[in-house]
Write a protein that binds this ligand. Sequence first.
Ligand code: FE2
Length: 426
Amino acid sequence: MARIIGGIACSHTPTIGFAHDKHRREDPVWGPIFAGFEPARQWLEAHQPDVAVVVYNDHVTAFFFDHYSAFALGVGERFEVADEGGGPRELPGIAGHPGLAAHIGESLVADEFDMAFFQDRPLDHGCFSPLSVLCRHDGGWPFPIVPLQVGVVQAPSPSARRCYRLGQALRRAVESYPADLKVVVIATGGLSHQVHGERAGFNNPGWDAEFLELIEHDPVRLTEMTLAELATLGGFESAEVVMWLVMRGALSASVTRRHRSYYLPSMTGIATLVFDNHSSPPTPGELERQRARIAQQSSGLEALEGTYPFTLQRSVKAYRINKFLHGLVDPASREAFRADEAGAMRDHGLNDVERDLILARDWRALLHDGVIFFLLEKLAAVVGQSNLHVYAAMRGQSLSEFQKTRNAPGAVYSVSGRDQPAGPRR
Ligand code: FE2
């Protein structure tokens, strides 16, 4: 089974990345940042985790208000460095851990945290600013990550208590993963700061010191605080410290602090904290119960012939072809595809198998390959075929054979709108 070996919490200010990229290690102003992070870096080097769950928030970089969520789990194979306005930092992209991420996602949903899931989205300074000083990365990062984005910049956002409970559920999720993995939970954000309005520049080192005590010895007290109380004491944006409670909830009640530092160079109190976890091993009954809970909703689906649930595993595996087909909702992409199908697919990096399946309109094989039905019907609309063609092909029947099985035997329809009439709409 996987186990959580420890927790790290640290601030994620852009200044950390700046100090790293501008080589300010020896600078008296910026040097203390590195000194604060160094023991955490050494802890990671000594403990060699197999994977890190990184709890962070995006700063309206990769997550915008067209669709904003409370808890978004990164399930993809790789995450690039985000461009936050002046080009991305010169850091390598980092591998994800789709296997562990999918399991965590399934377990959290089973525990009634209705998660959002993302892939193919870059990570901003909320993740990479501290990561770039927590690990050496010249030859690539030392471990893959499972990013967990918490939506704290648009109200309403999750409470401290909800974050702590998410951490407790995260522990059940990790421990019920069958592979023998050492997992570290890294939470970023805070401490006291406010970056907007006339109150910009607010700090409260006294509260920061108290917070660091409470997160270690009495985190439940912190879960009873409202976001407004956190903002009053630490500045509005400091309420992002609720993310630290995800990490703390994932650890044992009693922890050993291996390191703690605090430094206030500019706008934000920069803190680092390292805990050893002392979770006792779960009983076999506990693990079986959690795994059964995870399987409860889908148990029995495997017995349904000709049925292919669109799982996280399927979503990650077939992301490229699904993304290409989803692009067909854009009129320009649709026209480019109609003008030169093979060329459009090549431009989007589809492989030969994917290209041939689309060129052949092999609806059943496309489904087997991981394409979700709702993108098959879009492709059908673009190429002038009806939904009925797709249904019939998936069943291995001719259109007329399938139509005879319907109460409306002559009906032919698709999701096509104005530009590609394909028979009566349903
Ligand atoms: Fe932040």
